[in-house]
Write a protein that binds this ligand. Structure first.
Ligand code: TMP
Length: 234
């Protein structure tokens, strides 16, 4: 698979064509952005951590019956995944209040929630990924009712599985963002699961082991990614 055409370059990954029309190669970069690309930087080694961590977690999810795009890890930064048509919704699950939820509803970061919650953002950089509800998503034709129901079901299943897994490595899963794609006639989990897309707190100290360290200039960014990687034991 040499010198294949780059199909897409995102903020943190590049996507290349492969010899299979049903598969693409994803290559993870160390580039980091926040606030819709306004803040830019580099987190050395992030691409390796995110690639390997995402693949590892997707394999765990597959074992639990959750369909994912994962096919094969080629190298530290490169993975073959199923080529999907991404549903233009960011699916955010929260187990505790934090970030934009805390801000919007005036609740302290780390506050308990009565139950896990889910929200959608419309994946649209020009609009800054605005919060969107089910009715709006249907009205705009972003997904069908059946697709939204399946996405919600899978997202909560991912949550249950990941909460339990992270507990075994002394990490609390505060919240995370998922993206789903259409593959033939089904909905499968796509994109990545990494410290870029999850809030991961040390269970004992509540120290943040995720991209909030970059977003909020907290320091020890690389160290946090490496700590999660070390705990995964991969
Ligand atoms: P939020 O509290 O800023 O809405 O973020 C919720 C979760 O979604 C958090 O785990 C970080 C993740 N996230 C992304 O993966 N991409 C994004 O662009 C944003 C804003 C958040």
């Amino acid at each position: 698979m040499m010198n294949k055409e780059m199909i897409y370059e995102g903020k943190a990954k590049r996507v290349f064509a492969t010899d299979h029309e049903d598969e693409v190669l994803v290559s993870y970069k160390d580039d980091a952005t926040a606030f819709n690309g306004e803040k830019k930087g580099t987190i050395v080694g992030k691409g390796v951590v995110n690639n390997r961590m995402s693949n590892y977690l997707m394999k765990i999810l597959e074992e639990k019956g959750i369909p994912t795009h994962y096919v094969k890890e080629l190298s530290e930064r490169d993975t073959i995944v199923k080529k999907v048509d991404i549903v233009p919704l960011e699916v955010i699950i929260r187990n505790k209040a934090c970030g934009s939820f805390s801000k919007r509803y005036g609740v302290k970061e780390g506050s308990e929630l009565k139950c896990a919650t889910l929200e959608f953002s419309y994946k649209n950089d020009d609009l800054g990924d605005p919060l969107i509800n089910r009715f709006h998503a249907l009205a705009l034709g972003l997904a069908s009712e059946a697709e939204l129901t399946e996405i919600e079901r899978l997202a909560f299943l991912v949550n249950e599985t990941l909460i339990a897994y992270f507990q075994t490595i002394d990490i609390e899963l505060v919240d995370f963002k998922l993206e789903f794609g259409r593959y033939h006639d089904s909905i499968i989990l796509a994109d990545e699961i990494s410290p870029d897309t999850c809030r991961l707190w040390d269970i004992h100290t509540h120290s943040r082991l995720d991209k909030d360290r970059f977003r909020r200039d907290m320091g020890n960014v690389e160290e946090a990614y490496l700590e999660v990687y070390r705990r995964l034991g991969i």
